[in-house]
Design a protein around this ligand. Structure first.
Ligand code: NAP
Length: 507
């Protein structure tokens, strides 16, 4: 019988040196691990069970993976099976046996057996038959790890866990497969796998123990948990899962927010496929903002105006699209304007502003500023896009090279210049920045861009992209849940994610 512990996370440790394995076992246990898999195939020398099992803080799984299953075992198959047998009698609590060797290695005392199938290339057509066959074997847990080729592969593996005849851990590898690694918990998977040390290349797409526990709060996910997510490509480094999951947790809402990598042109199929789960709401990012606006059955005024949506909320009559970038851009500028000479609230009306950029962010910003009565100009590297956007919102065009000499009270960077990893780039020469000028950067990774640094040192009034990022997420959260978002907490969790300090439990 499997123990459904609080954690339900099997922490995978794979190191070449015994002493590092010992260190990581203790570290993982200190962080709360209740089950640890030791990848014996990673060890450079023959495993010394006496050392590995000396101070065993929780049940340990012995795994010796072959290269064809994604492992590093370099010896003969005979030696590998001998090592597995030695691990079984040597004190491990669990052993992982691949489907084709499981019957050759008999059950021993109360050592539990994971029977596994790996496919590093695809999700095979006959996956369901393979699973059925595995359930007939002498397994305590059946494990299936296959390589996702498209987002819908997640649904195929999740379906295996609906009513399996043996407890099943099934997931897709690769970044397309991340949803299945998290959502197994909703389908009563006995546990999921997480890397203690992701840098070690344990398995493609595996999340770290810290991420799955603190960002996704895996131990809290159950069959009633509602699903929300981010759709875009790429999505791997987004802070949206951290910000939304933290907010869910702080308000005691039983929901989880997951990144879905959805390649360009795959949006419509994805939304229809995943409606089966269902997913109750999405944040939408590049390259799907325009397609999401088109796909939605209902749209708010900002979406109608900008033809782009960054939020989809599922309702009885299909999806409603919102553009919270638009409102957040406006709010962020207004909330951070310096007060007037008599302490009155700052206003945007009749102030001169220049937007750098003509992409999605620039469009939301331009419409928002136009609505506030700003005397607006736009400049962009590619002139055709500048003219198109200027015509759409009805404002002036400044040629890209002329941006340095254009005088304005408010300068807003809506290009991606300065964004990670191009930290040494700025969209404008520092000499063009004037003391007292309001400079807003929409880039938020990092928060302190080169533009932000230079604007501060020139005495400008600076607004960073983090404020707007938090506001657009907070508005999304409100649409998702109907609850007041914990704005300060959302802001602090993002700021802390940018600092080297590790997130602590109170978040
Ligand atoms: P986008 O639609 O791809 O537009 C990118 C813009 O950047 C275009 O105007 C592009 O000019 C310009 N650009 C890119 N590389 C450039 C370079 N080397 N030199 C000059 N211009 C360059 O992207 P987006 O959605 O508008 O996002 C833009 C930035 O805003 C990103 O950094 C994004 O993270 C940020 N953003 C922030 C928030 C927030 O909440 N703070 C929300 C959304 C977006 P061309 O037209 O010439 O290619």
């Amino acid at each position: 019988m499997i123990r459904y512990g609080d954690e339900r996370i099997c922490v995978v440790i794979g190191r070449t040196r015994h002493n590092m394995v010992q260190v990581e076992i203790q570290e993982a246990a200190k962080s709360g691990a209740q089950m640890i898999e030791l990848r014996l195939d990673f060890l450079a020398k023959a495993p010394d069970f006496r050392r590995l099992l000396a101070t065993k803080p929780c049940p340990l799984v012995a795994t010796v993976r072959r290269p064809r299953d994604g492992g590093r075992w370099a010896g003969s198959e005979e030696d590998r099976q001998l090592l597995l047998r030695q691990a079984i009698v040597g004190g491990f609590d669990w052993v992982d046996l691949e489907i084709d060797v499981a019957e050759q290695i008999p059950r021993f005392k109360d050592v539990k057996r994971i029977i596994s199938y790996h496919n590093l290339h695809e999700v095979p057509e006959h996956l369901e038959a393979i699973h059925e066959e595995m359930c007939q074997l002498d397994a305590d847990v059946v494990k299936i790890a296959v390589a996702a080729q498209e987002p819908a592969d997640n649904l195929r593996v999740l379906r295996l866990m609906r009513k399996p005849s043996k407890p099943t851990v099934a997931f897709c590898m690769g970044d397309l497969g991340i949803p299945s690694r998290i959502l197994g918990a909703k389908f009563r998977a006995p546990f999921t796998y997480a890397a203690f040390n992701k840098e070690r290349g344990i398995a493609p797409g595996i999340l770290s123990y810290d991420e799955i526990k603190r960002v996704y709060q895996y131990p809290r996910i159950n069959p009633e948990t509602k699903i929300f997510g981010l759709i875009g490509d790429p999505v791997a480094h987004s802070l949206s899962p951290l910000i939304h999951n933290t907010a869910f947790r702080s308000l005691g809402i039983n929901s989880v927010y997951i990144p879905f990598r959805v390649p360009r042109a795959a949006l419509e199929g994805f939304l229809k496929d995943f409606d089966l789960l269902p997913v109750h709401g999405y944040s939408v990012t590049i390259p799907h903002k325009e397609a999401a606006a088109e796909f939605a059955q209902q749209k708010d005024a900002a979406v109608t105006l900008t033809h782009a949506a960054n939020t989809l909320v599922r309702g009885e009559d299909g999806f409603t699209a919102y553009n919270t970038d638009y409102e957040a851009a406006r709010e962020s500028l207004l909330a951070n304007l310096p007060p007037g000479p008599n302490g009155e609230l700052g206003s945007l009306h009749a102030r001169t502003a220049l937007i750098l950029g003509a992409g999605g962010m620039a469009r939301a910003m331009a419409h928002a500023l136009q609505r506030e009565g700003v005397l607006l100009s736009i400049t962009n590297r590619t002139p055709e896009r500048t003219h198109r956007l200027a015509e759409e919102v009805g404002c002036r065009v400044v040629e890209w090279p002329a941006r340095h000499s254009y005088l304005c009270e408010i300068l807003v960077n809506c290009t991606s210049v300065g964004m990670h990893p191009n930290l040494d780039d700025s969209p404008i020469h520092p000499g063009a920045l004037k003391p007292g000028q309001i400079v807003m950067d929409s880039v938020y990774t990092p928060e302190t861009t080169l533009l932000v640094k230079e604007a501060r040192s020139r005495g400008c009034h600076v607004i960073t992209g983090v404020d707007m990022f938090v506001r657009q997420a907070a508005l999304q959260f409100q649409f998702f849940t109907g609850r007041e978002p914990p704005l300060d907490l959302m802001r602090s969790v993002v700021r802390r994610a940018f600092s080297p300090v590790v997130l602590r439990d109170e978040e």
